[in-house]
Design a protein around this ligand. Structure first.
Ligand SMILES: Cc1ncc(C[n+]2csc(CCOP(=O)(O)OP(=O)(O)O)c2C)c(N)n1
Length: 410
């Protein structure tokens, strides 16, 4: 008889599937105000606990509590609230536009608005973000023209990228928004390289890199951590843990064995785990990491704990792999509602003012969509010239591409 035991693989399964009760008992949630706030120059090895805690500022009564609660001007909070609501309304409109055939695909960031909006408002205007496709809030929070975004989503005659890129793969260098690529994870390493270049040049600008929980399984994530660990460039390394990578739950990327924040420990990179649906926590943790980078104290890894409330994209049906009401049971709530209630508790806001703002933003987004439509939609045109296809492959068009263009008669 074979004395060895029969081997088997461990295949992680999410805590609930369609038809099951949502179950988030796997999340270790500390009360708001429970996590300590280390000094700006705290050595990474002295803050390991913060990768296992959860930085939260807003408590259940909508008050800002604990050491991460900063003295923030209410006008900043109102800007954040407006940016988040505008992002959500924009997403809703573009989802509808996709259903009407005006674009081929769209990706919402519903439930994750606080993260991109909160960090953008903590960054300087000349810092550079390396986003994924789910950080449209980085543009919207700086009042970037919606018409430009929509023209690209519609791949129309006014699309600045000449129809060469997927809808919502924006590229806005002058607004600190690096070209989005479809290949997951690549931007995370590039953010580190950009930050290294900034330091080599003796510049004062910092980088902000973004990646999803699923994409941390890409090798570029690890390469980025190695370079960030060795050269200590000024970069904020954001992992948005929204629990899902299309239909794969975060455990498939290793999140069940060890959370994403603690991956910084092996690289001696300071790491924070933060409530991503708490705008005040997002802003405070971002500011901590940004100030640290700017003081030449190196990178910070931040795991933002959040939930992807919508489908992965317009091509996805989450009802096939997770309980339909899972988001309703998400223990960290909705980021817009939480900040709204906080501002109401401060006496700075009201339900009726909020309603008026929603209507105003709805009208603004609708007008931008209409204007963009006048330059064409995917279905109806006008479209960019087919000759655009040959532009920007190289700086100068080589003879073989020129010939192909002539053969195409464009
Ligand atoms: C290298 C690579 N592999 C696979 C894909 C297909 N793909 C697109 S999005 C996605 C899921 C990414 O999940 P996550 O990183 O958690 O980000 P989220 O979509 O949740 O924001 C996958 C597998 C891709 N675009 N690139």
């Amino acid at each position: 008889m074979d004395p060895h035991r029969q081997l088997s693989l461990h295949v992680p399964e999410p805590s609930s599937r369609p038809g099951d009760q949502p179950d988030f008992s796997y999340l270790k949630l500390l009360p708001a105000g429970g996590a300590r706030r280390p000094e700006q120059d705290c050595p990474p090895q002295d803050m390991h606990d913060l990768a296992f805690d959860l930085v939260r500022v807003l408590d259940d009564e909508h008050a800002a509590v604990g050491p991460w609660a900063m003295e923030l001007d209410p006008s900043l909070l109102l800007r954040g609230l407006r940016a988040m609501e505008k992002t959500r309304i924009f997403d809703e409109r573009m989802l509808m536009a996709q259903r009407q055939g005006k674009t081929s695909i769209y990706v919402q960031c519903r439930g994750e608005e606080a993260i991109a909006c909160g960090q953008r408002l903590a960054l300087g205007p000349h810092d550079m973000c390396f986003p994924t496709y789910r950080q449209q809030g980085l543009l919207i929070a700086q009042d970037f023209p919606l018409v430009d975004m929509i023209c690209q989503i519609y791949s129309n005659a006014r699309d600045k990228l000449g129809g060469r890129s997927l809808p919502f793969f924006y590229s806005e260098r002058d607004h600190g928004f690096f070209s989005i690529s479809g290949n997951l994870g690549t931007q995370f390493m590039q953010a580190v390289g950009w930050a290294m270049a900034s330091a080599i040049k003796g510049d004062n600008r910092i980088a902000s890199g973004w990646i999803g929980d699923g994409s941390t399984a890409e090798s570029d994530f690890h390469a980025a951590l190695v370079y960030a660990s060795v050269y200590k460039p000024p970069v904020v390394m954001n992992v948005v843990n929204n629990q899902w990578a299309i239909s794969s739950f975060q455990g498939i990327a290793g999140g069940q064995a060890a959370n994403f924040a603690c991956r910084g420990h092996g690289f001696n990179i300071p790491s924070l785990r933060v409530d991503g649906n708490d705008f005040l926590a997002v802003h405070a943790a971002s500011k901590w990491a940004i100030d640290r980078a700017r003081a030449n104290l190196g990178p910070t890894l931040i795991e933002w704990v959040t939930y992807r409330a919508a489908a992965h994209s317009t091509s996805d049906d989450p009802g096939k792999y997770r309980p339909a009401d899972e988001y309703a049971a998400w223990p960290l709530g909705d980021p817009i509602e939480r900040l709204k209630q906080h501002l109401i508790a401060l006496g700075q806001w009201s339900e009726s003012r909020h309603q008026a703002m929603v209507e105003e933003l709805g009208a603004e987004v609708k007008a931008a969509a209409k204007q963009a439509e006048s330059f064409g939609t995917l279905g109806k045109g006008p479209a960019p010239s087919a000759s655009e296809m040959f532009n920007h492959v190289y700086k100068e068009m080589p003879p073989h591409l020129r010939r192909q263009r002539q053969q195409g008669g464009v």
